[in-house]
Design a protein around this ligand. Structure first.
Ligand code: FMN
Length: 374
């Protein structure tokens, strides 16, 4: 790569800026489809896991952000290099949550992008040295930063040049994070109820077990654990088909989900057979655990009341004393382009997400008095 700017293109933005913006839009969703276990796998003691490699990219963003800022503030600054291996070890990336690393990668790259986008055109020919190098222009710093990132993303298994990533502009499939008014946990913000799934990709049994384990650890009244799940993962294709047939036509989209689960409540306490007024509440808690765990693993889940409960009871021999609650469609996030969808489906998936104001849901002291901001 040419390390010096050409006078003719001095005033143009470095190509790396638009590339970086596209990567920030498209890559987090793709990283999120890598499971926690896969991300933590170390091919050998000498090689980085995906967590460590993404961690290295976070370190690179931190160091290069500093360079982009200092090269604007100082004349030909002599900037330090950094010890990539050392930073990865010190930051303990091997032991960090994959979703947290994706959030950091996204935040620091947005931070770097903002500093680069705000730079006046005259900036790009400014020079600096890095770790005793020959002088390089700021344009080179940005372009080289993005090149280096693309190499590591490819190594993680994400080809930044493939058609899917190239399409991440206007046609990007949304992750539809909640436009929350207050800073909620990223896992909560990223949970949503999509109606499309990656075609032909099953949910591994190991992942399904983590979902069920997450549900199992939900709190419940008297620790009764009144939640039950019927699992239809395709291991028994006939059972999966019968579960699909229980869905109402309005939920026909969910017939394409590779995994369906039916949550069921035990209506009475085991100890005394008295009605458990909180059984359905507790099934909801367990299912929310399950759904949030799905987000954590890069899966998507959509709960549904729209199924024929009597039919499900008959088909799956659900005994008296148990109430079918919700069908849950689970799969990997849809990978295709929105361009491939018909108008109605596209509008449905892109519909803005909304919530009632907090004051309509939470009261202060007495019923109906909105809980105020101050
Ligand atoms: C118990 C329950 C039943 C639901 N039933 C359906 C349903 O039958 N069909 C459907 O498309 N969505 C259903 N939903 C999804 C809701 O419509 C969705 O959660 C709500 O619109 C908020 O959107 P979000 O989950 O993307 O935040 C259900 C959700 C819950 C929790």
């Amino acid at each position: 790569m040419n390390t010096q700017s050409n006078e003719n293109d001095d005033n143009q933005l470095p190509a790396g800026i638009a590339q970086l913006a596209a990567l920030i839009r498209g890559i987090p969703r793709r990283l999120a489809s890598i499971t926690e276990r896969d991300a933590g796998y170390k091919p050998s003691p000498e090689q980085w896991s995906k967590k460590e490699e993404l961690g290295h990219l976070i370190d690179s963003a931190l160091n290069n952000h500093r360079r982009v800022v200092l090269a604007q503030l100082e004349d030909s600054p002599a900037l330090a290099g950094y010890d990539g291996e050392g930073w990865v070890a010190v930051n303990g990336y091997w032991n960090r949550a994959w979703t947290g690393l994706i959030e950091l990668w996204t935040s620091f790259n947005n931070h770097l992008l903002a500093a680069a986008e705000a730079a006046p055109a005259s900036t790009w020919a400014r020079t600096c040295t890095i770790g005793g190098s020959d002088p390089v222009t700021l344009r080179f710093v940005i372009d080289d930063y993005v090149d280096h990132m693309a190499g590591h993303l490819r190594h993680i298994g994400i080809d930044t040049c493939d058609s899917e990533t190239a399409k991440t502009g206007a046609t990007e499939y949304p992750e539809s994070a909640a436009p929350a008014e207050f800073p909620i946990h990223p896992l909560l913000a990223r949970r949503w109820s999509p109606r499309l799934f990656e075609e032909g990709r099953a949910v591994e049994r190991g992942s399904t077990l983590i979902l069920l384990e997450s549900a199992r650890w939900a709190p419940s009244c008297f620790n009764e654990q009144p939640f039950r799940y019927l699992v239809f993962d395709g291991a028994d294709p006939e059972a999966l088909q019968r579960a699909r047939d229980c869905l109402v036509d309005g939920n026909a989209w969910a017939r394409k989900a590779p995994l369906l689960m039916l949550s069921v409540a035990r209506d009475a306490f085991t100890a005394n057979d008295k009605p458990n007024r909180h059984a359905q509440h507790d099934v909801g808690l367990a299912s929310e655990n399950l759904v949030i765990a799905a987000v954590d693993m890069g899966l998507v889940a959509h709960q549904m009341a729209g199924f024929d409960s009597d039919r499900a009871r008959r088909e799956f021999k659900i005994p008296d004393g148990f109430t079918p609650m919700a069908m849950i469609a689970i799969g990997h996030p849809y990978k295709g382009s929105l361009d491939d969808l018909d108008e109605k489906t596209r509008a449905r998936e892109l519909a803005p997400r909304s919530r009632k104001p907090i004051g309509d849901l939470a009261f202060e002291g007495s019923w109906g008095k909105p809980y105020a901001r101050e």
